[in-house]
Design a protein around this ligand. Structure first.
Ligand SMILES: C[S@@+](CC[C@H](N)C(=O)[O-])C[C@H]1O[C@@H](n2cnc3c(N)ncnc32)[C@H](O)[C@@H]1O
Length: 243
């Protein structure tokens, strides 16, 4: 059961931070790198855009945005785990990207930015940890500029029944074992499959995005639906406004 509330989720990420990147690559067979690249490729923003990467963790998406979109883009990363952010800062420094990226410790439910600030908001593998998905999407909507793009990358449950049984065997039995052996944290790597299996199916999550105000919401399966990329836009005009 996915019973963790937000303070315990924060503590969990504080604990697993040192092994987080290594285990991501290992457990996903490096698919996580491809998934983040696909999300950033789907981002259409101006050359001097400002982007928010929420629940940025150790900064893999944040860095990928600068790699793909160039140094003219500014990216703000927020996360409520200081240990994850500290590791991200080291990566940014060694990549020499301090001028393009800023990190701050903040809860995604309270993004410390003015309304209409960002050209795009991303959240990768973060939203399933946040109970009130509609509320957090409304906060992202507020800080997006009119016309700005919302991109959500999340682990999902594949629909193909043949693939699903093999996937569940790996995801529910083998993955928690490897996670426990490497990180020493049994609960965190049991929480991972539990939280993914509880995540709404893509059509239901797309409806939540639409109810938060986004238009043109669509989704694309990656790696047979192990991960899904969602996108939508904040309308240029407020609903009901004619021009
Ligand atoms: C699975 S990691 C994903 C990190 C990163 N986006 C990536 O692609 O690797 C989830 C991250 O979400 C953060 N997180 C979860 N709930 C949050 C919240 N309410 N506010 C801010 N960060 C949150 C955790 O601290 C963790 O770093």
């Amino acid at each position: 059961m996915n019973k963790l509330e937000s303070p315990s989720i924060r503590r969990m990420f504080e604990t697993i931070a040192p092994d987080y990147d290594f285990l991501n690559r290992l457990l996903s067979l490096r698919q996580d790198v491809y998934w983040r690249k696909a999300m950033v490729r789907a981002m259409s923003i101006p050359k001097s855009a400002v982007v928010l990467d929420a629940a940025c963790g150790t900064g893999d998406v944040t860095l990928e945005i600068i790699r793909q979109k160039g140094n003219g883009v500014r990216t703000a990363g927020i996360d409520f785990s200081k240990n994850m952010l500290d590791l991200g800062l080291e990566k940014i420094r060694s990549a020499g990207k301090e001028d393009s990226i800023s990190f701050s410790a903040a809860d995604a439910l309270h993004p410390p930015f003015r309304p209409d600030t960002f050209d795009a908001v991303t959240i990768a593998f973060g939203i399933r940890n946040i109970q009130d998905k509609r509320e957090v999407l409304e906060r992202f909507y507020e800080v997006l500029k009119p016309g700005g793009q919302m991109l959500v990358l999340e682990l999902t449950t594949p629909e193909n029944p043949l693939f699903l049984s093999a996937y569940l065997l790996y995801f529910q039995k083998i993955l928690p074992l490897i996670g426990k052996l490497v990180s020493g944290d049994e609960a965190a790597y049991q929480y991972l499959p539990d939280s993914v299996l509880k995540f709404p199916n893509p059509a239901a999550f797309a409806k939540i995005m639409t109810s938060a105000g986004f238009t043109g919401v669509r989704w694309r399966y990656l790696t047979l639906g192990i991960t899904t990329l969602f996108s939508g836009r904040k309308p240029v005009h407020k609903p009901g406004q004619s021009n």
